[in-house]
Design a protein. Structure first.
Length: 147
């Protein structure tokens, strides 16, 4: 998927139910207008590397937040995270690892690779939606980005 519009959030989630909850929560908090969803790591890396803003790179035009599930088909979330954080121009983009795993090894690996946050998805749909909205609010409203 490619888009010429400005993007605030890249949601990388292959679970349809989780993605629908996240999108609904973001729309309810008015963060859904500039959202692009990917179901796999290949798609988000293609978008990051091949999107029109990659040619005339300016950090101001980059996505402001990436919500990244770790358990993706084909390319796993940790590999996506590594690819994002080794590229100098995508390194400043905040990446919130958003996963169902309480695995401390995955958490440690995520932080070592440069994740800005590691969040375990609540199983309750209402809490899940509230958390996604709170994360977007923090990163898009409260946090002062580096650029």
């Amino acid at each position: 998927m490619h888009t010429n519009k400005a993007v605030d959030i890249l949601l990388v989630e292959d679970n349809e139910a989780d993605a629908e909850l996240a999108v609904a929560a973001l729309q309810a908090r008015n963060f859904g207008d500039r959202l692009v969803r990917f179901v796999d790591g290949d798609g988000v890396l293609d978008f990051i590397c091949a999107n029109s803003w990659s040619v005339d790179w300016k950090i101001e035009s980059a996505p402001r937040l990436i919500l990244l599930d770790l358990n993706l088909s084909r390319m796993g979330g940790l590999e996506v995270l590594q690819q994002l954080k080794v590229r100098e121009r995508t390194r400043p983009i905040p990446v919130v690892v958003f996963t169902g795993s309480h695995d401390e090894k995955q958490m440690l690996a995520s932080y070592r690779l440069g994740a800005n946050s590691y969040v375990v998805k609540p199983t309750d749909a209402k809490r899940f939606g509230q958390l996604v909205g709170d994360i977007a609010y923090y990163w898009l409203t409260v946090n002062r980005p580096f650029h």
